[in-house]
Design a protein. Structure first.
Length: 128
């Protein structure tokens, strides 16, 4: 009979009945997701601020995204701001919820969100 501190099995190749160590979700494991979330927020802040500058100089007609034009026309800047904040927070929440189980899907969603914000900001700057 084995004692409480002895492995369940021990084979010639070093196999044992010890549990397989898993990656702890600590500071090291969550760092890439946290960094990507910061980049997501930064990209959309960049998009929003450049939108404000662009429309301040050239009016809403300079905006290329018809959804943004519609939101701004219907609900004004407060409605557009709320929609922007809610969409980024929703995207970030989805990523946080699925990243422990579907890391690759979460990463793909983050990349798409970061690229969308960056492209929006760059197109706004190009319109200055």
């Amino acid at each position: 009979m084995r004692g409480p501190h002895e492995p369940v099995a021990s084979g010639p190749r070093g196999a044992s009945g010890e549990p397989v160590p898993s990656r702890e979700h600590g500071a090291q494991g969550d760092r890439p997701v946290t960094t990507a979330l910061v980049l997501l927020v930064a990209a959309h802040v960049f998009d929003y601020v450049t939108f404000l500058v662009m429309t301040g100089r050239q009016g809403l007609e300079a905006e290329l995204n018809p959804l943004v034009v519609h939101l701004a026309a219907e609900y004004g800047l407060p409605g557009l701001t709320l929609a922007k904040v809610v969409s980024v927070v929703f995207l970030a929440a989805v990523v946080v919820l699925i990243s422990p189980h579907r890391r690759r899907v979460a990463s793909t969603i983050l990349v798409i969100g970061i690229v969308a914000g960056t492209v929006g900001g760059v197109s706004n700057v190009a319109s200055f």
